[in-house]
Design a binder for this molecule. Structure first.
Ligand code: JB8
Length: 230
């Protein structure tokens, strides 16, 4: 998979080297590049923002640098998916992470200030596939943190990224439920025991207990995932 990111703060993405993204790149499963939007300006001050048309607070990202950056990235004929983090976007979840993991080329456009000139969305919606994506119903200062989260969620789903693929099936939000509780040695910690069934060696009983725990925990903590009222 190829992932390109356009941002005025490229250093935000250094953190991805620490997580399993570094592993994905080393294994040749991911070709990741960050591009500084200011490299697509031509004035002395490398200006990326302007005052809002019609007036109002804050600044808006200018269309020209975005046009230059995105033109060069979509030119390769890779049928990329352009993703713009935005509070108005589709709320990100594990289903969407799997969808994105099946793409060949993702391009993330990270807005700042009050956002990007609307004509950029209009232009690239006409020329490519575009998705607005939101991490959740709260507001960040820009798209960078959301992009880091989305890339981490997607990269770990790429084939060969997780040693035991079963750990991907059993975790929270797979199969629309939360994970069962986990335990490890010692058998007793501060008087608290590991549930007896997990030490029974009865694999059928363990599987049954874990399935029950997933359902109980999901009902208790996230009834919305089961389609129940919360
Ligand atoms: C300016 O909360 B967010 C988000 C907030 C933003 C921009 C992009 C995304 C750009 N503020 O998802």
């Amino acid at each position: 998979m190829k992932i390109d990111v356009v941002s005025i703060f490229p250093v935000f993405f250094n953190v991805l080297e620490l997580s399993l993204l570094g592993k994905a790149r080393a294994r040749g499963m991911l070709d990741f590049a960050v591009h500084d939007l200011r490299d697509h300006t031509h004035d002395k001050h490398r200006t990326v923002d302007g005052t809002p048309a019609g007036g109002g607070a804050g600044m808006v990202m200018k269309a020209e640098p975005w046009g230059s950056a995105l033109d060069s990235l979509i030119a390769g004929g890779t049928d990329p998916l352009l993703i713009f983090p935005a509070p108005a976007g589709e709320v990100f979840n594990q289903r969407l992470a799997h969808e994105l993991a099946a793409e060949k080329h993702l391009i993330f456009g990270c807005g700042r200030y009050e956002g990007i000139d609307q004509r950029v969305f209009d232009e690239y919606t006409a020329r490519a596939r575009v998705k607005l994506v939101s991490l959740g119903d709260y507001v960040l200062n820009g798209g960078e943190v959301a992009t880091v989260a989305i890339i981490e969620a997607v990269a770990r789903l790429l084939p060969g990224m997780v040693g035991n693929p079963e750990s991907l099936v059993e975790e929270s939000h797979e199969g629309g439920m939360l994970e069962y509780p986990n335990y490890t040695q010692p058998a007793v910690w501060r008087g608290r025991e590991i549930p007896e069934v997990l030490r029974s060696g009865n694999h059928a009983a363990i599987a049954k207990w874990r399935a029950e725990q997933r359902l109980l925990r999901t009902r208790e903590l996230r009834p919305d995932l089961l389609g129940d009222a919360d």
